[in-house]
Design a protein around this ligand. Structure first.
Ligand SMILES: [Zn+2]
Length: 342
């Protein structure tokens, strides 16, 4: 265990206790009770004390899922409606991301932008990557079994991954991806090398997110694309479910961000053109899981025949309160001037 006497995001020592005695009720593999503090300077949350980089592995004993990535785009064997839907989606993806997916209806390129929810789902699949040019390289930190990298590869990107879980890394390599084992520290080997870097549900697991972003900025070319997705400490779900909110996930989530605290960190570590994505679809799931945690049950509810109306309402409310969505989802650009040391 290690003591955390300053906010890992901004370095301030000023804080208030948000929740005490938190336990791992998601994967049930981490022993102990955990205190979450909120930094009164930047608004981020952080655990103190917390597992060290050497002991954190215990908390991941039953964490990872190991399944081969599912990439289906041919539409083979689907019913007519689903096949048509897929052909429209492929039309959009081919136009926007430069893939060559079939079957395809080219009009999808014009239709998907009129359907914000469909467009967002497809853009999230590619994490809003720009169009690849010859030799464009993307790094996915914490790439798991490589699902995203496979899509990026189909869009013409040269895929690189870092994955601490040996089994997941092996699976990604098994489908021909260039994946390095070990921690994010591996990124130190690269200098102005990547045209895009993505972290999906990774930054909240890092001991020193500020230093990691600096290292990533160094590994990126000026103007490169960054994508981050992470739970939002200011979410409606956290306001409603408090210590039972799914996003807390102690002790694996060491740091929890808000839109303002992540913006501040990105600016300080050398990123600009920061743009947030209104990712509303996840609210229903987070809401259902948090409700089960609140009732003391197993967190993963069985799929229901009828949709959970309250969860649907939670998704809708997120649209009206973008600062309070369940996830902070952001794209940014590696600025063309060097990062400032603070
Ligand atoms: Zn702070």
């Amino acid at each position: 265990m290690e003591v955390v006497d300053a906010c890992p995001v901004c370095g301030s020592g000023s804080r208030s206790l948000l929740h005490d005695g938190l336990e791992d009720r998601i994967f049930f593999c981490a022993p102990g009770q955990w205190n979450l503090y909120r930094c009164t300077n930047c608004g981020s949350g952080y655990l103190d004390p917390r597992p060290t980089p050497e002991t954190i592995g215990i908390a991941y004993d039953s964490y990872f899922t190991h399944s081969a990535p599912e990439i289906a785009d041919t539409g083979g064997g689907l019913g007519t409606v689903r096949r048509l839907r897929r052909a429209f989606a492929n039309g959009y993806m081919n136009w926007r991301y430069g893939t060559a997916l079939i079957p395809v209806i080219r009009a999808g390129a014009s239709i998907a932008p009129l359907l914000p929810s469909l467009k967002r789902r497809l853009d999230l699949r590619f994490r809003y990557l720009p169009r690849a040019s010859e030799g464009s390289r993307v790094l996915d930190v914490g790439c798991g079994n490589g699902t995203f990298l496979r899509w990026a590869q189909k869009a013409g990107w040269e895929p690189y991954g870092i994955e601490p879980d040996a089994k997941a890394a092996e699976q990604a390599r098994g489908i021909g991806l260039n994946v390095q084992g070990g921690s994010v520290e591996a990124v130190r080997d690269y200098n102005h090398f990547f045209d895009a870097v993505t972290l999906s549900h990774v930054i909240e697991h890092l001991h020193d997110p500020s230093e990691t972003l600096r290292q990533l900025r160094q590994a990126m070319k000026p103007g490169a694309h960054l994508y981050i997705d992470t739970p939002n400490l200011n979410s409606l779900g956290h306001q409603r479910f408090g210590r039972h909110w799914r996003g807390l996930e102690p002790p694996r989530h060491l740091v929890l961000f808000t839109r303002p605290s992540l913006t501040e960190l990105l600016r300080r570590t050398g990123f600009d053109e920061i743009r947030y994505i209104k990712r509303t679809e996840v609210a229903g799931h987070i809401h259902s899981v948090s409700k089960h945690l609140c009732q003391g049950g197993y967190p993963y509810p069985e799929p229901k025949l009828f949709p959970d109306i309250a969860a649907r309402v939670a998704s809708m409310r997120g649209l009206l309160n973008p600062d309070h969505l369940e996830f902070v989802t952001v794209v940014a650009r590696a600025s063309c001037s060097p990062a400032k040391r603070s």
